[in-house]
Design a protein around this ligand. Structure first.
Ligand code: ZN
Length: 649
């Protein structure tokens, strides 16, 4: 589909010379030069001091020394398998690093033969990508590790750039699957991929979900106890971790030191717009990242969800990127259905409408954004009184309280968070089925970011905007105190947003045009094109839910854990028959139990799309289960038995 095709273009920023990393991973083995062979690859990670020490040692008389322990195993593997299997290469890399470390303390263990062999392995690993990656390599990791069959738009181009040793800027809207673009290279490249992210609160979840897939990931940040930190650093130096997450602030201090001696193969910079003083989230510490690229001589992958041309150029310059490939993903998210409802025009109040919408989606995760803290609290309370598991979230709450709400939402213990814009940065929950704006957001960027929290698993989700001119007036009042230029800018942004809300053509088309993208009318992903009236639908579904609840009370149907099921709207892409619904709910309950046992967020186990597919296809064997999108071998071994038991019932 044309609308899905990412636009690829080259940026001319950065230096044009192919300086630092012409050696090593950038050099295609088919055109290997003499400089490659002159390269002392075994020693490539060592400092000059260690370098000279090795030289002096290797000229010393060599006894017919016993080989270092475990050396033969590596030697055999290298002799037997040069197929380029990424797992084999990763294990070579781990063992090579081990022997490098050993060599520094006990050089007498290494015969000349051993050193020659290790150099050959290091060279084979460095010669890397061009030789070993078959065209299908990224796709096969996607299938085998993640259990998915297809890349989302833009992902594959970015991955190919990264494993090809090329710098790349990936502009991927929220929910487009940014993290996969460095996770797959991390597996293919071997060594360690360094991921810099400002979102410390997300690191644990990211690492947990990597672990559940079977990628070896860890993080270094200020929350770690010293002993834990030391052990992670040791693991990094021994080549145990494929991915390490760190905050750019940490790099200034001890993380920079911690990376000493680590075999970094790729640096991924998440939320890269923070590097640009043109961006709205500028962070000075991001400015030090340029030194990192020089230090490790590896490709840099800069990822961001929001970047104008100016910001993109700034990212390229600030990171010292070398003729990067720029991949722009599409801003069109066709699984989000957009509606806008002007407040005051309906007979029902906004509050009642929101209740109907939430009742019709009972048991599903939703976020309701309000302008004021007071409104979040009163709305949450109103919903609770009507039987919706809802909690408020705003910046005026104690951090501890806020974390509690966030955790309960993440773990599916509550269905709805009623929040101010303060909510969202630290949450990465894939099964949010709806986002409601009780009040109009202050800008189109804000609106896009907030609705972007729905449907990250790719399943259909509803985004419902309530708006009025009174909202515009509220923002104007709030902006009054700022400096002149700021006030003017904010007033303009609010009015742009109001115009979008009032727009009478395709909403998706109008929304992405704000980001410079042109698409045809969506046809089905906005209320204008689809003709869906979400309020009318919800009123109907909500009354069915209420009726069924009454019937349930009469029949005393046993429930499992409390938050009983509800029929979903057919247009939500949720299970469509009653049987399927029941099974889907049972699968969700099982997911919650397993997640609680392992202290993970529920969506880390499997996302809604995966459970939905299980409910409709009902796999009965391990093989059939592996066919389901989102089920990889690691997850099969962790959860397959429990899910099959349930499915076979
Ligand atoms: Zn449309």
């Amino acid at each position: 589909m044309g609308v899905d095709a990412p636009c690829l273009y080259e940026l001319d920023g950065g230096s044009s010379s192919r300086d630092q990393f012409d050696q090593g991973s950038r050099t295609r083995p088919t055109s290997r030069t003499e400089s490659d062979t002159q390269n002392d690859s075994l020693n490539s990670g060592a400092t000059p001091g260690q370098n000279s020490r090795q030289t002096s040692v290797s000229t010393a008389p060599v006894s017919p020394a016993p080989l270092p322990p475990d050396f033969e195993r590596l030697q055999r593997s290298f002799a037997e398998d040069d197929s380029g299997d990424p797992r084999v290469r990763a294990s070579w890399q781990t063992r090579l690093q081990h022997f490098r470390n050993l060599y520094r303390t006990r050089p007498e263990l290494f015969s000349e033969v051993a050193i020659t062999t290790l150099r050959a392995i290091a060279q084979a690993l460095q010669a890397g990508p061009g030789r070993v990656f078959s065209p299908d390599a990224p796709g096969s990791v996607l299938r085998e590790l993640f259990g998915y069959n297809q890349f989302r738009p833009g992902q594959e181009q970015i991955i190919r750039a990264a494993i090809g040793g090329r710098d790349c800027v990936g502009i991927m809207p929220t929910g487009a699957g940014k993290s996969l673009t460095y996770q797959i290279p991390a597996r293919l490249l071997g060594g360690t991929t360094l991921v810099l992210s400002p979102l410390i609160s997300l690191m644990r979840d990211q690492v947990d979900s990597m672990d559940d897939i079977g990628l070896r990931a860890t993080y270094l940040n200020s929350t770690l106890e010293p002993a834990e930190r030391r052990s992670r650093i040791e693991g990094l130096r021994a080549g145990h971790w494929e991915l390490v997450y760190a905050a750019p602030e940490g790099l200034e201090a001890s993380v920079g030191y911690a990376l000493e001696g680590v075999d970094i193969r790729l640096i991924a910079v998440d939320e890269a717009h923070c590097i640009s003083h043109w961006g709205h989230d500028f962070r000075p510490s991001y400015r030090n990242l340029q030194g990192l690229k020089r230090r490790f001589k590896v490709p840099v992958l800069a990822l961001t969800a929001t970047a104008t041309e100016t910001v993109t150029r700034d990212i390229v310059t600030q990171l010292g990127m070398n003729a990067p490939l720029c991949v722009r993903g599409s801003f069109y998210r066709k699984n989000l259905h957009l509606s806008a409802i002007r407040k005051g025009g309906e007979s029902a109040s906004v509050r009642q409408s929101i209740l109907q919408l939430a009742l019709a989606r009972k048991g599903q995760s939703g976020i309701i954004y309000c302008l004021s803290r007071k409104a979040t609290e009163s709305t949450a309370e109103y919903l609770r009184e009507e039987g919706i598991a809802a909690m408020a979230y705003h910046a005026g709450m104690e951090p501890e309280e806020r974390n509690k709400v966030q955790d309960r939402f993440r773990n599916d213990d509550i269905d709805v968070v009623v929040a101010t814009v303060a909510f969202g940065m630290g949450i990465d929950k894939s099964n949010v089925r709806y986002v409601i704006h009780r009040d109009m957001p202050r800008s189109i960027e804000g609106y896009y970011q907030e609705i972007g929290r729905a449907g990250r698993d790719g399943m259909n989700s509803d985004c419902i905007l309530f708006y009025s001119w009174a909202d515009v007036a509220s923002y104007d009042r709030m902006a009054e105190d700022g400096d002149k230029a700021n006030v003017a800018r904010m007033r303009a942004q609010v009015r742009e947003m109001f115009e979008l809300a009032e727009h009478t053509g395709c909403r998706q088309q109008e929304l992405v045009s704000h980001f410079g993208e042109t698409i045809a009318a969506c046809g089905s992903a906005c209320a204008i094109c689809s003709g869906r009236d979400v309020l009318v639908e919800s009123r109907h579904t909500a009354s069915v839910v209420r009726k069924r609840k009454k019937d349930d009370r009469v029949h005393q149907r046993p429930t499992d854990g409390g938050d009983g099921g509800a029929p979903a709207l057919p247009s939500d892409g949720m299970p469509s028959t009653h049987d399927e619904e029941g099974l889907f709910e049972a699968l969700k309950q099982l997911r919650r139990r397993l997640a609680a046992q392992r202290k993970l967020p529920a969506y880390v186990v499997f996302n809604d799309a995966t459970l939905n597919e299980m409910a409709s296809r009902r796999p009965m064997t391990e093989d059939a289960l592996m066919e389901i999108s989102g089920v990889g071998p690691k997850k099969l071994s962790l959860y397959g038995g429990a899910f099959l038991d349930l499915l076979r019932r």
